[in-house]
Design a protein around this ligand. Sequence first.
Ligand SMILES: Cc1cc2nc3c(=O)[nH]c(=O)nc-3n(C[C@H](O)[C@H](O)[C@H](O)COP(=O)(O)OP(=O)(O)OC[C@H]3O[C@@H](n4cnc5c(N)ncnc54)[C@H](O)[C@@H]3O)c2cc1C
Length: 452
Amino acid sequence: MERRYDVVIVGAGVAGSTAAYLLSKMGFSVALIDAKPNHRAGDKPCGDAIGKHHFEEVGIDPPRGEELDGIVKGIMLYSPSEEVVLTIEGEGYEINRVRFTQRLIRDSIDNGADYYDETNASAPIIEEGFVRGVVASRKGDKLVFRSNVVIDASGSARSIVRRLPQDWPIVDPIRPEDTQIAYREIRVLDEWIDKPEYIRIYVNLKIAPGGYWWNFPKSIVRTVNVGLGVQGGKGYEHPRVYLYKYILTRPEFRNSKLVESSGALVPTRRPPYTMVWNGIMVIGDAGYTVNPVHGGGKGSGMLSAKAAAIAYSKAAEADDFSAEGLWIMNKLYIDYYGAKQASLDIFRIFLQRLTDEDIEYGLRKRIMRESDLYETSVTGVIKNKRGIFDKLSRVIAGLGRPSLLSKLILAAEYMDRMKKLYEEYPETPEKLGEWIARLNSIYSSFEKALAT
Ligand SMILES: Cc1cc2nc3c(=O)[nH]c(=O)nc-3n(C[C@H](O)[C@H](O)[C@H](O)COP(=O)(O)OP(=O)(O)OC[C@H]3O[C@@H](n4cnc5c(N)ncnc54)[C@H](O)[C@@H]3O)c2cc1C
């Protein structure tokens, strides 16, 4: 039997559920499909930290009551030796991702959306160069969903997008080295932690090669989310090995009790060349909408859902669901987050070339102050280049590590170039090829400049 909707959303994680909520609120008919049973909707390995500002930006009520596991007042960033700790103030939450996502699903159903749990979307329906729906299975039954647009929100599985013709620019596969393999455990500590409203990030390449490890206290339910990410494609061991070898052996975790454990892949890169094509949009982890530096993807995934919902409503007005009709989604996402994400990707590439000694030095000498780090993470721009230049001249005069500082300045310049390129994102799909060539040339010249 065929079912017909305005939009079919594959994946009821935070991104897909946000899109379902926003689109159903606009009055569109929506099918929200997820392979998981209802009680596990939203259950995905995560550090569960999210900035308060994201809810305001998306226009969704922040977590409340049982959706909230903890209040966050800031981040404590530890140097490799742990002798230097930078405290960056900023409001946020440790959310209960299952309860929060299930609220979005409930509200979508109240708005008229149909929710299909335990339903696995196996393939897109492609006709005359357009995605026209998906084929799915539910408890042995074949279901056919037809729609104007399919939104792939299937997380890093990219269940629909990866089955599209490979020459569609929305496919844009990710290289393993542009991912993190992340793993975390929820634990009850024997002795509760000081300052539970501050989440902790530890940079130490021996413990978390190409990534970092974290300890995020959940101040309300009094557990901690402890985990790490390691860079993909480099042959490192699974992060669980590092967790048990270096982290859980620390005194603060002695006699701690395991509540839950799991891991997943995190895309840590720029957004895809395009997030839309004929009859298809991609959001959340499936659309790589993750901060490349810290790996947070919930807030930006919700922002991509907002961009998709607005773009769909405009395409519906014009009755044009082609790449061109949906194109505005790229512009919206770039404006909300994508330009910053791409420039932070340059910063990520720079950071992943550093040694523990470089990082220790940088944090100890306050090459970037707490306020600069915060500003960079919010805007994707290193503003205080003057301060870094001043430090560089002093360092060249006697202190050492000039190459670190000159590479930081190089990264800052390329971040600006990247941001500018995204601000010049093409108005229509025809110019995309030319823009991709400029994008690739920024990456390759940055890589070359870093290597010299
Ligand atoms: C260990 C770890 C720690 C993290 N820490 C943080 C953090 O502290 N803060 C933060 O903001 N982000 C964090 N992230 C990233 C964040 O979890 C993700 O960016 C975010 O959850 C992605 O949401 P999503 O909706 O795009 O995808 P998902 O939550 O992965 O949802 C995808 C959904 O699609 C469904 N699906 C997949 N294929 C199919 C199919 N074929 N048919 C039907 N359904 C399908 C899945 O069942 C799933 O429910 C972390 C990630 C990891 C792995």
